[in-house]
Write a protein that binds this ligand. Structure first.
Ligand SMILES: Nc1nc2c(ncn2[C@@H]2O[C@H](COP(=O)(O)OP(=O)(O)O)[C@@H](O)[C@H]2O)c(=O)[nH]1
Ligand SMILES: [Mg+2]
Length: 234
């Protein structure tokens, strides 16, 4: 068993450690934008930090720092090399170190957001890293994406169908896409989101608030959406 699976869930004096919320999904579906929106919505009431994962660069961290949504030092980049899913799933050590460094430096924190260096539909977070995870797809990827399945779509704590403002331009029926997603998820929630639709952003922030309440009460159980399909690295 890898060492990280034995790490304790550390607690700051009587207070549960920060909720670690992963945001996964294919490249370009809007993960960084979701992190920015959550920081904007919640940073006034919660002590937050962010960890980004990129294959070759710290592009996502720089985007978030320049968005000015959190003090820049609370945004850390993990450069994953190779397949980004490795660092969020198979060996999460670098990410756990980044999260723990942030908690050490700025704790107690309420919420740490971890953005995956999204590669495809199959990458999800290990429960050793994320207490809960969002999986993000977007209407621009096509109305059929929700039917393509994969562990993120079927098992993430929340599935986001993002960029609904673009639906008319790409001829996607959002309601049908959400219905397909719900059919694939056996009762787990689906949220149609656009950063241009403040009500949907507020709904997302409320979902995170409710999750945090459950985390603090010790009743949230991290679940594993399941492993990715077997594959090989050249
Ligand atoms: N129209 C629209 N564009 C969005 C929305 N969210 C993100 N985008 C755009 O989608 C692109 C990719 O977003 P980003 O957050 O970097 O995706 P990531 O690769 O998943 O982190 C950027 O050009 C964003 O401006 C949205 O709700 N509506
Ligand atoms: Mg990003």
């Amino acid at each position: 068993m890898p060492d990280h699976e034995n790490r304790p869930h550390t607690h700051h004096a009587g207070r549960p450690r920060a909720l670690r919320l992963g945001v996964a999904g294919p490249v370009g579906t809007g993960k960084s934008s979701i992190l920015a929106a959550l920081c904007r919505a919640l940073a006034a009431e919660l002590s937050m930090a962010v960890v980004t994962n990129d294959i070759y660069t710290d592009e996502d961290a720089r985007f978030l720092r320049s968005a000015g949504v959190l003090p820049t030092e609370r945004i850390r980049a993990v450069e994953t090399g190779a397949c980004p899913h490795t660092a969020i799933r198979d060996d999460v050590t670098a990410n756990l170190d980044a999260v723990e460094d942030l908690e050490e430096a700025y704790g107690p924190l309420d919420l740490v957001l971890v953005e995956s260096g999204g590669d495809n539909l199959t990458a999800t977070f290990s429960p050793a890293l994320a207490d809960a995870q969002l999986f993000c797809i977007d209407v621009a990827g096509g109305g059929d994406v929700a039917r393509k399945g994969g562990p993120g779509i079927t098992g993430a704590d929340l599935l986001i169908v993002n960029k609904t403002d673009l639906a008319p331009h790409v001829e996607v029926d959002v309601a049908a896409m959400v219905a397909d997603a719900e059919a694939a998820r056996d009762g787990l929630p689906v949220l149609a989101l656009s950063r241009k639709d403040p009500a949907s952003v507020a709904e997302l922030a409320d979902w995170v608030r409710a999750l945090l309440v459950r985390h603090r009460a010790g009743v949230h159980v991290p679940t594993d959406p399941g492993p990715m399909a077997p594959h090989r690295h050249a």
